[in-house]
Design a protein around this ligand. Structure first.
Ligand code: BEZ
Ligand code: FE
Length: 298
């Protein structure tokens, strides 16, 4: 007995055993080869999951309801599907595949949902803390190529949470718009320096289906303290990255798997009133040094 009942025409009917093959076979070949590869792989892996898990009808309906609720949570300010991809490690995997770089070049990490396009351009040395709340931090570093040469005209777009773990866009009316955001442009020496406040760890949004899923899996929603950067320069690959605070208790539990060892920086607590006055911060203050190493565009 073959899968084909009517041998005069070449039809294979669906069975539990041949399920993925039958669905894949139905593709007509008029799509692109890439579409055929992607959908073939999605169907094969999806059927394999179902065969391994053997969901009940109720469990499968719960999965569909979860995906429905995830979509319903989305609007132009909240993207629950990206959050789902983040907490499942898929965002970081796609990012890793698309940003393979030589050793020594600054590694990418996840963009996250809190970047804004129109952050203010600020002069080198400026503070990005418009409300002045939190422990002062001085960030210094350079933007260089893989031979260590300074890159002039590099654009460094940075954003971070406040001292109590919220982005300005999460606290309209509490934080000024564009608090803790700034865009800096390097001079001929490639040097970057600005003033800010030390960020803390914070929870990613957990009031939707992704939060429910994390709780059901016994997982937390915390991200370790970090500063976000997008560093770009003509002729170089753009780097989307963070630096992480070395003493953060959540470095090994990042809810979105964004931590890479090369991105952890030592934040030094300094008690030096003279230097603090020179830098325009109150004493004591924190300092961190970080270079961004860009690769040439191929
Ligand atoms: C963030 O670091 O801003 C972030 C990244 C992924 C999900 C949520 C927040
Ligand atoms: Fe963040």
């Amino acid at each position: 007995m073959t899968d084909s009942v009517r041998e005069d025409i070449d039809i294979t009917y669906f069975t539990e055993a041949n399920s993925a093959d039958v669905v894949i076979e139905r593709m007509s070949g008029t799509g692109t080869p890439r579409m055929a590869k992607v959908m073939g792989s999605v169907i094969r892996h999806l059927h394999a999951v179902v065969k391994e898990v053997e969901p009940t009808q109720d469990e499968w309906m719960a999965a569909i309801q979860f995906l429905t609720a995830t979509g319903q949570m989305c609007d132009d300010r909240r993207q629950e599907y990206i959050l789902l991809s983040d907490v499942l490690g898929v965002s970081m995997l796609v990012d890793a595949i698309n940003t393979r770089r030589p050793t020594g070049a600054t590694e990418n990490t996840v963009l996250g949902p809190f970047h804004v396009e129109n952050a203010p351009t600020r002069p080198m040395g400026a503070t990005i803390s418009d409300d002045g709340k939190g422990e002062p931090l001085v960030v210094t570093g350079k933007v260089v190529d893989t031979d260590g040469n300074p890159i002039e005209g590099a654009v460094v777009d940075t954003w971070q949470t406040s001292h109590d773990g919220f982005y300005d866009s999460q606290q309209p009316g509490i934080q000024p718009e564009h608090n803790l955001r700034g865009v800096f442009r390097t001079g001929a020496d490639g040097r970057l320096w600005y003033r800010s406040v030390k960020p803390t760890y914070y929870g990613i949004p957990d009031d939707g289906p992704v939060g429910q899923m994390l709780r059901a899996m016994g997982r937390g929603n915390t991200r370790p303290a970090h500063l976000h950067y997008i560093v770009s320069a003509d002729g170089y690959e753009t780097v989307t990255t963070h630096i992480f605070v070395d003493d953060d208790p959540y470095l090994t539990e990042d809810a979105v798997f964004g931590v890479k060892e090369s991105l952890i920086r030592t934040f030094v607590h300094r008690d030096d009133p003279v230097k603090a006055a020179e830098l325009g911060v109150s004493n004591p203050y924190w300092s961190v040094e970080t270079d961004f190493v860009l690769t040439e565009q191929s």
